[in-house]
Each structure stands twice: as C-alpha cells, then as structure tokens.
Ligand binder design. Structure first.
Ligand code: NAD
Length: 469
C-alpha cells in the first residue's frame, strides 16, 4: 500500500506527528493508501516555506511566473490519465465523468487563465499615481472532496499567477489528488516553497492553517457551515477571504420548454458525480399544467441514463458516494423528504452490498419549504416542484439562503434570459448554454464571497497599491 508524505519547501517530508490516516476507495471499501495526519508543526513549516518563497515569486513579474506555470500546465496535460484514475479511485466518480469533466475542467480553466494573463494590467497609472497589483503573501487553500483536483487548480492557478505562494490542505477523503498536484509542481520545477501540501483533518490542520498569523488570505471551498466558522477565524487579523460554499440551485422549465432538455440537464447534475456537485440543479421547477408530462419524461430518462455500478467502468453513470458518512447523510435526507410528505417517483434506498451506493432518487410533490428543497443534500436526489406562474417560479428559485447557480429552459431565448436576470445567483445557464472556462464562478448570499476562474478569479488574489510620485 502506498504511503504519502507532505510536500513542503520542495521536499517530500514525514509529518512531525508520525501518524497516518487511511484513504478508502468508496466502491470497494478497501484502504488504498495512507496519508500523513499532519499537526501544527507541519503547518508552521509549510507556511514558513511559503512565506520565505513569497518575495522572489511576487517580484519576478508575470512573464517569469508564467514560464513556471506553463511547465506546470504541461505536466497537467501529461498526467491527465493518472489524474482521472485517481479521481475514480478516491472519489468514486465514474470513469467517463472523471475523464470527460473533472480533468478537462482543470486543463481548460488553467489554459484560459494563462492565455489571458499577459494582457492583464498588473501596473497602471492614474494621474500621478502608479497603481501596482501584487500578491498578498501565503494563501491557505482549503479544498473539498467533490472535485478533488480541480478545486485545487481553481485556487492555485490564480493565486500563483497573482504572485502569492500557497499551502494546500485537501479534504481528508480525497488527499491523493493533492499529492499528485504536488508531484506535478515538483516535476515542473516550481521554486521551493511556492507550492506546499499538508494533509490532515479539517478540524486540526485546516483550522490551524486558516488562523495562522502569516496567512493573509484564506481561499476556502466547502460547506457553508465550515465557511461561516472560518469567517470568524479570519477576523482577528482581518484576513481576506474567498469562500466558495454550498448551493441549492434550480432548473426552471418555462411554459412550453423542451422537457427532455430541461430534465436531462438537471438530472445529469444529480447523477454525474452522484450529485456531489455544489452547482447541481437539485430543484426542477415545472408548470403545473405540464407536470404529468414532465414525470413521464423523467421516468423515461432515468430508465435509460442512470446506470449504477463500478466507477471504473465506462458504462457507469452513478458510482458510490464518497464515504459511508456521506451515504448516511443522503439517506437521512431521503427519510426527511418522505416524512415531510414528498412522494418518491424513483429510488429512495441504499443499494445493498459492497460500496457506499444510493439509488438515483426523484421526489415529486415537493414544496419549497420542505427540508429537501432548502438544504443541500449532496447526493443523487432530484426534487420536482410545481408552479402556477413564472413570477411564482422566480420567487421559488430565490427562496433559499443559497445563491450559487441555476438554469432556465424555455422556448424563447430572450424571454429565458429575462428570467435568468431575475435569479439571484452567481451563474445561470440559459437553454443549455455551455460553460466558458473564462466566465466567473461563485455565489450570491450564503453561497460565498468572491469569484473563481479567468481574470475575475485572479483579481481576488491581488492587493492593490497606489504609489503617488
Ligand atoms: P467541508 O466544509 O466539510 O470541508 C471542506 C474542507 O474544509 C476540507 O478540506 C475539510 O477538511 C476542511 N475543514 C473542515 N472543517 C474545518 C475547519 N474547522 N477549519 C478549517 N478547515 C476545515 O466540505 P466538504 O464536505 O469537503 O465539501 C462539500 C461542500 O463543499 C458542499 O457544501 C459543496 O456545496 C461545497 N462546494 C462548493 C463549491 C463552490 O465552488 N461553491 C465547490 C465544491 C464544493
């Protein structure tokens, strides 16, 4: 079995703790590796290395940094298959989704930022003031398990481009993707200390890293609950925060919409990755007058497009939940849905046998006040909600503490865009519009602070200085 060390100051090092934790393949329930259970001394060492590397990295200028990052990009491209294999193994995402979504997201987003950055004005002049944009210093990158490689890329690319150095603390369930990232950084020859990884639990390592006196910026992706705690953690030293948190997004099918397209787009977000996607379209809003037809389309789509099985097979769409704990959380939500009066159209159970599998599940007769319509389930569960008027549908869409994503499908593109503008979320897809790797990603309300991707993402990692000369 493989045992992985931390990556600090350009070296693979043991933890001062001498302790390790298991990484489990959620499909087989086998221990596939062990990683270091780091402690505060490891975090101190990583932050010290990153802090020491910061001045030179920050001052070398974008073209020199870009040369380093192009080598990191080349390594990402070279190791695409290994990245996909790792995601299949430690997360349980299907092979097809890992190869066609997880990995291309990383490659395309990093490429887009590197392509655009040469035109970015790090230095500007306003009247007699020289405006200089530069890194903050050491960024704590704390990442979740659901897109274990790309959540790191979304932080590391803009942070390093902007002149910061980073300490990455990956999720405990999926640390191998972060270890692989460090291997790429090592082979790319990034200067020592620019990129560091410490593995370990959120409550100890993550918490200590986030509160570290030499960390001026916390970039966190994860649950709103933990994000809220980090907000408090940041206050004594007024740290800058980038928070990418939870969501409870809608697919709004307008009257006369193409039902198959609306159902497919929403269902795919709760079937791929087992619904463990922050931007999943978990609430499908449909006109009352078209409700019965929608249910037929849903049944038909699930009968043909929701194959559950080993994530290793290209035929599988739905693999296991990332962990036993996540499986139990999803099953608890399904019980709450039943108890509060929602009807099961499809699924609703655990799948017996090895692996943390939950049946693809669709609830109908859901009202927006039910727990399953308000809270993030993070599983393969879709809730269908009826509406009478488009105004009511917009109210339902916005009646949530979250504001991450959403989608509108309708017969008239311009009308659909008008509705999209009224949805209070950071992203809205209209009529299956494609995602641009340059477009900003992030949330309104309790879905977060700041934006990731492209030059909007880089802006959040920059301090701004005016030199009056
Ligand atoms: P989580 O909040 O449990 O953990 C996220 C990270 O924070 C992990 O690395 C964890 O170890 C660490 N952590 C936990 N407690 C901590 C603490 N007290 N101090 C510091 N760090 C701590 O989230 P998760 O279960 O890994 O991921 C799922 C959540 O992430 C969902 O809510 C999902 O919506 C959200 N998410 C959001 C986005 C986005 O871009 N908005 C993207 C992906 C996932």
């Amino acid at each position: 079995m493989k045992i992985y060390q931390n990556y600090i100051n350009g070296e693979w090092v043991d933890s001062a703790s001498g302790e390790f934790s298991d990484v489990i393949n959620p499909a087989t329930e086998e221990v596939i590796a062990q990683v270091t259970s780091s402690n505060e001394a490891d975090v101190d060492a990583a932050v010290e290395a990153a802090n020491a590397a910061f001045p030179e990295w920050n001052e070398m200028g974008i073209e020199a940094r870009k040369l380093h990052l192009e080598r990191l990009y080349d390594k990402m491209v070279e190791y695409q298959q290994e990245i996909a294999n790792t995601i299949v193994e430690e997360l349980g995402a299907s092979r097809t989704f890992s190869e066609k979504a997880h990995v291309p997201l990383s490659v395309n987003e990093m490429r887009a930022t590197l392509d655009d950055i040469s035109d970015f004005k790090f230095i500007d002049q306003i009247d007699n003031a020289i405006i200089q944009k530069e890194g903050f210093g050491v960024v704590a990158c704390i990442t979740p398990w659901n897109y274990p490689f790309n959540q790191i890329q979304r932080k590391v690319t803009p942070a390093l481009v902007a002149g910061n150095t980073v300490v990455v603390k990956p999720a405990s369930d999926t640390p191998i993707s972060a270890i692989l990232y460090a291997k790429l950084a090592d082979e790319a020859g990034l200067p020592k200390g620019v990129f560091n990884v410490v593995t370990g639990s959120g409550g100890t390592v993550g918490d200590y890293l986030a509160g570290h006196k030499d960390v001026p910026l916390i970039s966190f992706t994860g649950s709103t609950e933990v994000g809220r705690g980090l907000y408090e953690k940041a206050s004594p030293t007024i740290k800058k925060m980038i928070l990418e948190l939870g969501g409870k997004s809608v697919m709004l099918g307008l009257p006369g919409a193409d039902k198959f397209k609306a159902v497919k787009q929403a269902a795919d977000t709760v079937l791929n990755n087992q619904g463990q996607t922050c931007a999943a379209l978990t609430r499908l809003l449909v006109p009352e007058s078209e409700y019965d037809e929608y249910l037929e389309v849903i049944k038909d789509y699930y009968a043909n497009n929701a194959a559950v099985g080993s994530p290793d097979s290209h035929d599988t769409k739905v693999g296991p939940m990332v962990s036993k704990r996540q499986m139990e959380t999803v099953l608890e939500y399904i019980e709450k849905g039943k108890a509060e009066g929602a009807e099961l159209l499809i699924g609703g159970n655990a799948i017996e046998g090895t692996g943390y599998y939950v049946e693809p599940t669709v609830f109908v007769d859901v009202t927006n006040d039910m727990t399953i319509a308000q809270e993030e389930i993070f599983g393969p569960v879709l809730s269908v909600i009826k509406y009478k008027t488009v105004e009511e549908a917009i109210d339902i869409a916005n009646d949530t503490p979250f504001g991450l994503s959403g989608a509108v499908t309708g017969p008239d593109r311009n009308e659909a865009i008008k509705v999209a503008k009224k949805i209070r979320t950071g992203n809205v897809y209209v009529n299956q519009g494609a995602r641009s790797p340059r477009a900003p990603f992030g949330g309104y309300k309790e879905s977060g602070l700041g934006r990731e991707n492209g030059l909007y993402g880089v802006e959040d990692y920059l301090e701004i200085k005016a030199i009056m000369a």
